[in-house]
Ligand binder design. Structure first.
Ligand SMILES: Nc1nc2c(ncn2[C@@H]2O[C@H](COP(=O)(O)OP(=O)(O)OP(=O)(O)O)[C@@H](O)[C@H]2O)c(=O)[nH]1
Ligand SMILES: [Mg+2]
Ligand SMILES: [Zn+2]
Length: 355
């Protein structure tokens, strides 16, 4: 096996291996960590540090800059790598940019499974769980629910019941860093060799602790929980990819305060809410959005109690957010055009009067 296959190199990337980059001077690597503009790569020379080449540094769209998980081409001078290009992504985990809410922010690329970690202390939140599932699914990534800190609760059943209210099929794992059995199940059943997994969730839920517990020689910094707010303190600050002893690849991430939806296309919930899709077959209009249309089977099921209110609430929230996101994008495009026109006019004016 080619050594990069241990890091997730597969047929998809082979197919996208560009004909004009087959020369000896171009090497292939995977980004395993990003710190500002310093990159760590896994390559056939082992781990290497790299920087961006000028073309990427000055030319590329922000979305195309390398992220953890990306496959890239680099040139090598002594021990230093220069990243010249990024492979097309199989998928990317993105969210709404918390700093600029009309932009998408790419968190990581080429992910097979996203482990949504919630702590069974006050962190557990069903609606937040559902938002994560929707966004992850829309990104083309398989969600897995990990409910950590099981040692802090008496009754796992109550939480199982809550999660099943969402009517989703994604697997649920209970675990605790104090319980080897739960960890073992996660390790054997979820963390697959050569597949890429990402741990996401709020600060303090135990993402780094889980990774430490699964990996003997890893000593990631783990934090404490604030007594007053019961929130984590953002201990992890970068997104780093690790290889576990069984060959699985796991990305640890800093805790997120927000994980806003940033779905790409036109609002379409199809496939993201399976329970609603099933009911929608009976709506009067084929393009029913299940908001206030006449003859809507979904709204009716909500009124009669057949549809769990949590599911409908979650759906409505997505529709509302998505609408907001889209309007903003349109605004931005319009403003962008106006600005472009202004610049052109200014240039024409300047040329005409030569100043
Ligand atoms: N009781 C209990 N505490 C845990 C468990 N897992 C983690 N903790 C504690 O929770 C605190 C936060 O853990 P971290 O691993 O730093 O959390 P994190 O999700 O990586 O947080 P950020 O890096 O800030 O996003 C630490 O004090 C851990 O010891 C668990 O299973 N049970
Ligand atoms: Mg951490
Ligand atoms: Zn409907």
């Amino acid at each position: 096996m080619n050594e990069l296959e241990h890091y997730g190199w597969n047929d998809y990337f082979k197919e996208h291996h560009s004909g004009n980059k087959t020369g000896k001077e171009f090497h292939i690597g995977r980004v395993i960590s990003v710190q500002g503009f310093r990159y760590h790569l896994m390559t056939s020379f082992g781990e290497m540090e790299a920087e961006l080449s000028g073309k990427l540094l000055y030319g590329a769209d922000a979305e195309l800059l390398p992220r953890v998980g990306d496959w890239i081409y680099f040139l090598k001078y002594d021990l230093q790598g220069y990243i010249v290009d990024v492979f097309p992504r199989q998928n990317a985990l993105s969210r709404k940019n918390p700093g600029n809410r009309t932009e998408r922010q790419i968190l990581a690329a080429n992910i097979d499974y996203a482990l949504i970690v919630q702590g069974l202390d006050r962190d557990f939140n069903l609606m937040r769980l559902d938002r994560y599932i929707v966004q992850i699914t829309a990104c083309g990534i398989e969600p897995v629910i990990v409910l950590n800190k099981e040692d802090l609760i008496g009754d796992r059943e109550a939480y199982s019941r809550e999660v099943s209210r969402l009517g989703r099929t994604c697997p649920v794992y209970f675990c605790s860093i104090l319980d080897p059995d739960g960890l073992q199940a996660l390790y054997n059943q979820v963390l697959l060799p050569r597949k890429t997994h990402i741990l996401i969730g709020s600060s303090g839920v135990g993402k780094s602790s889980l990774l430490n517990a699964l990996m003997d020689d890893l000593h990631l910094r783990t934090g404490t929980i604030s007594e007053s707010t019961n929130k984590g303190k953002h201990t992890t600050t970068t997104r780093d990819l690790f290889q576990l002893p069984n060959g699985s690849l796991v990305i640890d991430t800093p805790g997120m305060r927000e994980f806003g939806m940033a779905l790409e296309d036109e609002v379409s919930s199809s496939g993201l809410f399976p329970v609603i899709d099933r009911l929608a077959g009976d709506c009067r209009f084929a393009d029913c959005k299940h908001l206030s249309e006449r003859g809507c089977a979904v709204a009716k099921a909500y009124e009669t109690g057949e549809l769990d209110p949590k599911i409908y609430e979650s759906y409505l929230k997505l529709m509302k957010e998505q609408k907001h996101f889209e309007i903003k994008i349109e605004d931005r495009k319009r403003l962008g055009k106006q600005f472009g026109k202004m610049v052109k006019e200014a240039k024409a004016f300047r040329n005409k009067y030569k100043y």
